[in-house]
Write a protein of this length. Structure first.
Length: 693
């Protein structure tokens, strides 16, 4: 080495260290001062002294000797010299081993210092000063065959020093192969393993060094391609294997799921269905012209079908196509079912065709796979309905050319069409209602049978929850050692059921009685005898002491039938009934479908629409509900009469003009308007608050 840059606390120390490193005297070198030393204030702004020493007689370095310094580890000769002056390189760099490298380097270090290289401590003694070592967390220092228990210790060249480090955390690669319940997908979940590599940080040279533990996480994935294939073989997976995904899983270094095999899903078929050959879609009978006025001359009703006319074609179900599981096994498609046709009055089935046996209006009602078809006759009443004519009850359509006067009733199995007004009257039908005149103090109910079905289905659902709990309690009791099987061999479970109703299931009795009352009042509107039969079974099992022995099996069967009827009631009906009127005052309107008020509006009227609610006039007072939303022109009263517009939580209220104190109710949340507002669109936001825009 012909020149060197040396550093020290001051110029004198920097020159002294440089001369030692060059192994020359002061007379043999030229000295160039690069930076004066500076102590600074309490350590702040402190600078080392830097000098450059150059030998007087330059000697060429043999190439083979220079190569021994491993210069390829550094970007330039200047960097090599810089690191050399800092004491990070040995003077002679043959580098046979890290230990020898450290020892040779220490020989040239300044006295009274220690340093760490590759988990080993090297010490250079001084006659006037000893080095100190502070032991960090997770490190053990063995000094002369004894563990150092102190936090810091003095070390010298004579000491035999050994650093011990506990192994870091280690986790093996985790992986799992699962097949979904349908047998269509195989998922490989891989969580690579890891090893925490630990070493003591290289440090020094200094008179006081600290042993600091460094930890590095090394991720490894020991999963092999053969491991996955062997697992698939054990699981008997042979179809749809995705080899590229397996390869990704083997090389992944993060926790991830891979779909390594995919089956072929079955293609669903189609249930049976009927193709209508005549127009049976209900039409709202009142028609507006371009100016929004009602044109009574353009009133339209559903057309009639002549005797012998084919009303509909019955199509059989189309089976689906089987799929293939990852185990190369067939997956059957979902079973398809034929349509069930219940032929009513005036209907016959001929070669998968529904034919009118008499002339009249074809009536078709669909609920899932059940289709009811009938020919509705039509009764035309040319005068007013009053005390002189009596109430009208007819199984088909009823058309009243006059008025329905006070306290009179019109009940129909089909549509009701009133050309003039109704006053303090009742119009009840399983189908639709159309009134051209005013509705005053009257009750209109459309889709009565479907409304009853929904109400009874809801009650059965609530009762069935209680019965399922009751069955669970009875099963636990029968397994108890205190229970004797002959206790109920004669009377059955009724005594036990009676006790449970009194002590644990108190609300069931009131639900059962409510069901009985609704069935009794609405029996004539129920098309299916199952609802009545269910009422009889509930009464015999829970409300009276029957001679029939009630067994646990019978109770479970009753619960299953309840569940079926409850689910059946949730199936939408096509088409829904509707009510269309001009205007209403102090009345009640109930429909399982849409309600449309197309004239002046309604005053102090209660309206319940199972479909859409649409009022093209003014709403003053009353409570209006639209299951599928509400659209109203104007709402509210300047006299302070309370007006409530409500819809379910997932629907919207649209009002073009709303007066102060109008109440908007969406789900269970209410909002009162404090001022006159225009073009309201209200809905529930994510915070369950009514948002108006």
């Amino acid at each position: 080495m012909q020149n060197i840059i040396s550093k020290g606390k001051d110029i004198e120390e920097a020159i002294h260290l440089g001369l030692e490193l060059l192994a020359v005297t002061k007379e043999d070198v030229d000295i160039e001062i690069l930076q004066q030393g500076k102590n600074g204030f309490i350590g702040i702004g402190k600078k080392e002294a830097i000098v450059k020493l150059t030998k007087h007689h330059m000697q060429m370095i043999q190439p083979e000797k220079f190569n021994e310094h491993k210069t390829d580890d550094y970007d330039s000769l200047e960097e090599l010299i810089e690191n050399f002056s800092k004491g990070s390189l040995p003077i002679s760099s043959m580098n046979p081993s890290s230990e020898e490298n450290g020892e040779r380097h220490i020989e040239k270090e300044r006295e009274g210092t220690a340093r760490v290289i590759d988990n080993k401590i090297y010490v250079r003694d001084s006659p006037n000063h000893y080095s100190m070592v502070t032991i960090g967390k997770g490190i053990k220092l063995i000094k002369n065959s004894s563990i150092v228990n102190e936090h810091s210790t003095v070390v010298s060249e004579k000491d035999q020093l050994e650093i011990q480090i506990e192994d870091g955390d280690r986790q093996e690669t985790k992986w799992e192969v699962t097949i979904d319940n349908n047998g269509l997908n195989v998922i490989l979940q891989v969580t690579p393993g890891f090893e925490m590599k630990r070493k003591v940080r290289d440090t020094g040279p200094d008179d006081h060094i600290e042993l600091i533990l460094e930890e590095t996480k090394v991720v490894n994935n020991s999963l092999t391609y053969e491991d996955v294939l062997n697992k698939l073989e054990v699981l008997r997976v042979t179809y749809g294997i995705n080899h590229s995904e397996i390869t990704k899983a083997v090389f992944t270094m993060e926790s991830k799921a891979f779909e390594i095999a995919t089956g072929k899903a079955p293609k669903p078929g189609n249930d049976g269905w009927i193709e209508m050959k005549v127009d049976t879609n209900p039409r709202n009978g009142l028609v507006e012209d371009d100016l929004g006025n009602i044109d009574f001359k353009e009133t339209k009703m559903i057309p009639t079908a002549d005797k012998g006319r084919v009303i509909a074609q019955i199509h059989p179900p189309i089976p689906g196509i089987p799929g293939i599981s990852v185990k190369n096994e067939p997956i059957p498609p979902k079973q398809t079912n034929p349509i069930k046709v219940r032929a009513g009055r005036g209907i016959v089935e001929v070669d998968d065709k529904i034919v009118a046996a008499e002339s009249g209006r074809p009536s078709v009602e669909k609920r899932g796979l059940l289709v009811k078809v009938a020919i509705e006759p039509k009764l035309v009443h040319r005068n007013n309905v009053n005390l002189a004519t009596g109430n009208i009850r007819f199984s088909g359509d009823v058309e009243v050319l006059g008025e329905v006067e006070e306290n009179m009733t019109v009940e129909a199995g089909g549509d009701i069409f009133v050309h003039k007004s109704t006053s303090t009257a009742k119009l009840i039908t399983s189908s639709s209602i159309l009134v051209k005149g005013h509705v005053i103090g009257s009750e209109l109910s459309a889709g009565k049978n479907n409304m009853l079905t929904v109400e009874l289905g809801h009650l059965l659902g609530r009762m069935n929850v209680e019965i399922e709990k009751m069955i669970s309690v009875i099963q636990q009791l029968t397994q108890s050692s205190a229970f004797k099987s002959n206790d109920f061999s004669v009377s059955g479970l009724q005594p036990l059921i009676k006790i449970l109703l009194e002590k644990k299931f108190k609300k069931f009795t009131s639900l059962a009685k409510n069901y009985q009352e609704i069935v009794e009042k609405g029996k004539k509107y129920l098309d299916d005898e199952k609802w009545v039969q269910m009422g009889v079974s509930i009464k015999q099992t829970f409300l009276s002491l029957s001679k029939d022995v009630v067994t646990l099996k019978a109770l479970i069967t009753l619960s299953e039938e309840m569940g079926k009827l409850s689910e059946f009631s949730k199936t939408p009906v096509e088409p829904n009934a509707y009510i269309t009127i001009s205007d209403a005052t102090n009345s009640q309107l109930y429909s399982n479908g849409d309600i449309t008020i197309i004239g002046k509006g309604c005053i102090n009227t209660k309206v319940h629409a199972g479909g859409h609610l649409n009022v093209k006039g003014v709403v003053r007072g009353g409570e209006l509900y639209g299951r599928l939303g509400a659209i109203i022109d104007e709402v509210g009263s300047s006299t302070g009469t309370k007006t409530i517009i409500s819809v379910p939580h997932d629907q919207t209220i649209h009002i073009r003009k709303a007066l102060e104190d109008t109440v908007l109710k969406i789900g269970n949340v209410s909002h009162v308007l404090i001022q006159e507002t225009y073009d309201i669109r209200a809905h529930l936001n994510r915070n369950n608050q009514i948002e108006i825009r």
